[in-house]
Design a protein around this ligand. Sequence first.
Ligand SMILES: Nc1ncnc2c1ncn2[C@@H]1O[C@H](COP(=O)(O)OP(=O)(O)OP(=O)(O)O)[C@@H](O)[C@H]1O
Ligand SMILES: [Mg+2]
Length: 389
Amino acid sequence: MKITVIASTPESLVGIKEVLETNSQQDQFVFLDRHDGELDIERVDLFSSNVLIIDAEHVTKVDIRTITSCTREHANPAIIYATNDSQNGQLIELMRAGVAEVISFPVVQAELLDALERLRLRRYIASTYRPRGKILSFISAKGGAGATFVAGNLGYALAKDCKQKVLFIDLHMQFGDAAFYLVENAGASTLTDVISQTGLDSTVIASATTQVSENYFLLQAPDSPDKAVGIKPQHIDNLLTVAIQDYDYVIVDLPREIEAISMKVLDRSDKVFIVFQPVISYIRAVTKVLHLFSLLGYESRKIGTVLNRMDKAVTISLDKMEEALQKPIEWVFPNDFLNATESVNTGIPIEKLQPNIPLSNAFVAMASNIAEIDVKGNSVIPWFKKLLS
Ligand SMILES: Nc1ncnc2c1ncn2[C@@H]1O[C@H](COP(=O)(O)OP(=O)(O)OP(=O)(O)O)[C@@H](O)[C@H]1O
Ligand SMILES: [Mg+2]
């Protein structure tokens, strides 16, 4: 690869140069200093550079602007940014600007080499491989809407009825509960076991999962918040890249707080479902999430809405809800307190526990629409395509 470096100080230039020249013999390098603190990016041959390494003790608005316009106009190079500002705000700004990897400042050899390795892998994958799978993520508009329940049971239907290979990733770094909903006895391995491995591949992921059913696997959240501390956005990015090579669907259960890790997942998702209930406070919460997603630049069709626990007794009509959301509601799940509670209490997916009840049938319908396969294995035309034709 051709790697260009713009260093903030002569000392940091020497440090990065030493790491690169002693460890990456097969690459070509261009070493530059900042000009009066500015990147002066016009000096870089952006077409032929594969990687641009920038460092700065603190992230400035000028850097963010320069990087944003660079990544908007050029597919190359992938940017590695080394900084001390590792708080969420700065991380999110850098990621929004299109930075591929954020590492510590001054540059630490192992971190820089790992980041370069990930970019090498991604470039290789991009040029040689079309991923097998899709990423579907689920977020609760407000606590308790049923996001984990819907996501977990949809995964079961995709695996059982549509014969898809599915991985469920629980990203609730504090108190993940998906395992309780899907299996009677979960194994001990969690996300932490995957992240701590060097050389992540599909066998590492497979060995850390708990099997839910024939084609359905679950990667549990870390079992205590302190075990989640070292997990960074680039770890999750890497995990998703590897997972979609081996699974048809990767379902991610996201926490409600939008921080650097969940933003990475949102960016990578093919579809994001917001789950809510037919209650005014939930509908308000959905409008807030939709507003945030539009600020983050996500296309409206990437975002789907799932109304859970709909009931005859609900007095707000679907039309009124759609009017409030300014968006069609894509999926509606009926309220079924007894069966849902029984499923959650026993750790048995609802369709396995009670096949053919309306709530189970709704999961089969959603799965077959997403996978475009019906329960008999025939391909089906999804409803939105039917509407268009
Ligand atoms: N369609 C339904 N009918 C009846 N009860 C339901 C239904 N869907 C989910 N529930 C119940 O709602 C409870 C909360 O669901 P769940 O944990 O999936 O919500 P969540 O949105 O993931 O919440 P959190 O914000 O805590 O992650 C569960 O105990 C489940 O039994
Ligand atoms: Mg949940």
